[in-house]
Write a protein that binds this ligand. Structure first.
Ligand SMILES: [Zn+2]
Length: 102
């Protein structure tokens, strides 16, 4: 692997924070300090950047319940799948926080 900035070849593995609670493996160029994320981490970083202003989902109806559908890329990012338990916290009259249960 060569550094795209300085063509250096020495890297040191390190952990970087992509967002609160989300860290990833990266390699730091020992010559110029450029960080190179592993491909999956780079994809996660791009997705987090895309979502920095939130994502709009529509409330639907399933039987007598209301449901929200998340785009697959959002579900994958947060590890949501059928059966995942999510806790809902009110933050204000029109703002809620969803927390994935582990
Ligand atoms: Zn470099």
């Amino acid at each position: 692997m060569k550094c795209v900035m300085c063509r250096g070849k020495k890297f040191k593995e390190t952990r970087v924070s992509l967002a609160p609670g989300i860290s990833a493996t990266a390699w730091s160029c020992q010559t110029c300090g450029e960080l190179v994320l592993e491909p999956k981490a780079a994809q996660t970083a791009l997705m987090l950047n895309k979502l920095r202003h939130g994502v709009t989902v529509k409330v639907g109806v399933l039987g007598k319940s209301l449901v929200m559908r998340f785009p697959a890329e959002v579900a994958n990012l947060f590890g949501l799948k059928k059966g995942t338990r999510v806790r809902v916290y009110p933050e204000s009259q029109d703002k809620v926080v969803l927390t994935r249960m582990v």
